[in-house]
Design a protein around this ligand. Sequence first.
Ligand SMILES: C[S@@+](CC[C@H](N)C(=O)[O-])C[C@H]1O[C@@H](n2cnc3c(N)ncnc32)[C@H](O)[C@@H]1O
Length: 292
Amino acid sequence: MSDNHPQLNHIYHGDARQVLQSFEDESIDCVVTSPPYFKQRDYAGKGQIGREKKPQQFVDALVGTFSEVHRTLKSTGTIWVVLGDKYDKGRLLGTPWRFALAMQDAGWILRSDIIWHKPNAMPSSVKTRPTTDHEYVFFFTKSQDYYYDADAVREPHVTFSENSKMMGGRNHFNKRGGTPEQGKNSGNNNLHDARWDQAFHPKGRNKRTVWSIPLSKFREAHFAVFPEKLVETCILAGSPEQGVVLDPFFGAGTTGVVAERLNRSYVGIDCNADYCEMARRRIDSNASPLFK
Ligand SMILES: C[S@@+](CC[C@H](N)C(=O)[O-])C[C@H]1O[C@@H](n2cnc3c(N)ncnc32)[C@H](O)[C@@H]1O
């Protein structure tokens, strides 16, 4: 526990478990991160996670890191964790779900399991099972009463077109009796809130749990960076403007790039000094000239 407010728009070099100990309680609004995957890659940083021998040890290391995150997160805070699975001798390990269940046991509230569908996932030669083209985004909160801006992340309606005849379609907007609830069908039990949201909400329907977002590349990084679009969705839904967004596994700094663009502050941590520098350069080159 510490009284230090984390330095904003700053990248800390070190093991997230240690660096987080220096942050004061409840100073973070939102966490968006993709931790190292189990046995995927050597990031060559002191204290790096992902090189454990057994999946359970990996899960324990991650959950331990997020326990420190829990203390630094505001009670209204949200966290979004991207994780992919892995096969070991032909057996799918189920690591993402082992992690999600261990997080629940540690006191986190699991609010959504989101499938990140990758339309441009690497082809594979496997012929005895489907080719994997998804990862998970787990959305956790610390309390039942948390920040969530559904309107910021609505998606286009697909069920009814603009010209749909059903209840006058959406042409009724801004007209007297213009919603299903107010119009000639008011009182109709079928036209409850969910139906209204599904078919008529002017900003689109509520965000769904399958997100189809292509993988993106960042030239300088020798590892997968997560797509800006994915980070954008989590930040818009899960943090207020001017809020503080933490990524304890910062890598090439995608969370920082997007947080700045969306008028939030970021705090990054990475155990590899070269990556900290690379992220710094990337964020500086993305910043508006006014802020350079
Ligand atoms: C999958 S990469 C993150 C990529 C990032 N989301 C991006 O878009 O660039 C995981 C990162 O976690 C870092 N890392 C691994 N163990 C760590 C630890 N204990 N503390 C802090 N960073 C760690 C690695 O150095 C690596 O940069």
